[in-house]
Design a protein around this ligand. Sequence first.
Ligand SMILES: Cc1cc2nc3c(=O)[nH]c(=O)nc-3n(C[C@H](O)[C@H](O)[C@H](O)COP(=O)(O)OP(=O)(O)OC[C@H]3O[C@@H](n4cnc5c(N)ncnc54)[C@H](O)[C@@H]3O)c2cc1C
Ligand SMILES: NC(=O)c1ccc[n+]([C@@H]2O[C@H](COP(=O)([O-])OP(=O)(O)OC[C@H]3O[C@@H](n4cnc5c(N)ncnc54)[C@H](O)[C@@H]3O)[C@@H](O)[C@H]2O)c1
Length: 473
Amino acid sequence: MEIEELDLLVVGGGKAGKSLAMDLAAAGQRVAMVERGMIGGTCINVACIPTKTLVNSARLLSVARRAAEFGITLPGSPAVDIDLLRARKEDVVGTMVAGQRKSFLGSGMDLVIGQARFTAPRTVEVTDDAGTRRLLRGTKVVVNTGMVPFVPDIPGLRAAEPLTSTSILALESLPRSIIILGGGYIGCEFASMLSIMGVAVTVVQRRDTLLPREDADVSAAVAKALEADGVTLRMGVTATSASRRNGAGGSDGTGRAVALALSDGTTVEAEEILVAVGRTPVTGALGLDAAGVELNDSGLVRVDEFLHTTAEGVWAAGDVAGTPQFTHASWNDYRILKSNLAASPAGTLLSTRDRLIPYCVFTTPELGRVGLNEAEARSAGHDVRIAKMPVAAIPRARTVGQLEGMWKAVVERETDQILGVSLLGHESSEVIAVVQLAMLGRLPYQRLRDAVIAHPTMAEGLQLLFSDAFLEP
Ligand SMILES: Cc1cc2nc3c(=O)[nH]c(=O)nc-3n(C[C@H](O)[C@H](O)[C@H](O)COP(=O)(O)OP(=O)(O)OC[C@H]3O[C@@H](n4cnc5c(N)ncnc54)[C@H](O)[C@@H]3O)c2cc1C
Ligand SMILES: NC(=O)c1ccc[n+]([C@@H]2O[C@H](COP(=O)([O-])OP(=O)(O)OC[C@H]3O[C@@H](n4cnc5c(N)ncnc54)[C@H](O)[C@@H]3O)[C@@H](O)[C@H]2O)c1
């Protein structure tokens, strides 16, 4: 088979890879991107975009249920129509996928649909569904194959037909009840939206808190919000075995039931189980050995701070390279790669070190996070002052009737610099960018406190948060 030579070969069309492929192809380079099926990658097809579309519907439902409180009467009780819900999600995803396909082709890249496997340095064999094969070699190669849901080896779990964050999106009906194994980002987001939609949710979390990377008081506030929506939390327990009974009654009379035995001797039952205990890198069938690309101890592609792998001419980006698992982080990898791939041997390289990467957990209310939390700041040796405030103190929260949540900030005592914030509440995912900008600009907290911020907005709450009323002396 003849080898097709390219300037850039992208393996896996994730956020970083597709962005780079489009840019370099549009600039006239010979570029091929191999993608095994999801045009636009994980985020658009099975992650951020579909889930946040569904979260939005859940929030509308929650507000609609309170319509009378806002002076609105509805003809009947608002309810989920699963077919309409799925249609909207598919419309949002479908429109974005179509837009991506158009942009890919418009850039001039060769979009190669098939499964890629390295056979030699900088060389992959691609096999499509029809079994047709191509051999592609890049002068430069970027691996951006992402991650997939991890299903742990719990006796009986696989046979119990667990759902994952991917397969749950294809359900044709809402289960009456569900066990969610894992109380991290995916577990909390699904617990929140499904319980609002009327599903009886039980979260089984191995650690003593939800979202274990957060401060205990913030995790507790998230737990309180989930419990207020009816979620049952089983924390500090692990699953020891699972079993499914089909067609024989079930705990809620549906005929489908899964039972999960827990380490404390109890059992929880529900119609379905969603496994959300982390994700595993897509490296297994990639033949990385043949390319001289090493993995690290966590099974991720080993990269240096410039995203270069252990093989000459091969870089990696996104989840598979150990970048924090967020689309915007992978997109920042693209910027780093674009600069580093173009740099001369003696040129300056961009690094992944010390990136300020915010993130938002789209529970209701949502959590916006940037920088260090209190525990991280103290364990890094900072002398800190803590500001803490209920969201109910913010006038905008009153006008929109969204009083749940709390805001917390960590300020360095000596420098007045904001080290980080955890904002749980309405529209926190928007407000977080304001704080991020202040941190990037190294503004002391007083600049936010004293800025003239439009009233009544959620961002205006920052003035309150950093005031003497809420910032400890
Ligand atoms: C349910 C869920 C919700 C999420 N919500 C958010 C959110 O709200 N905000 C956020 O920032 N992040 C969110 N994330 C995380 C985010 O989706 C990921 O961090 C991001 O998509 C990773 O992108 P990536 O660049 O690593 O590659 P990906 O987008 O994962 O792309 C990898 C691509 O490689 C392809 N591929 C793999 N192997 C091969 C092969 N051998 N040959 C050819 N192609 C191959 C795959 O088909 C895939 O399209 C969420 C994740 C999940 C699971
Ligand atoms: N809004 C967002 O940005 C967003 C949303 C969803 C996912 N993501 C990304 O996807 C990644 C994966 O999400 P995730 O929720 O699967 O992983 P995660 O690492 O966030 O959470 C997994 C949780 O499962 C628990 N756990 C592990 N094994 C367990 C077991 N056997 N029994 C019970 N609990 C167990 C862990 O204690 C942990 O809290 C996240 O790290 C995040 O970066 C981001």
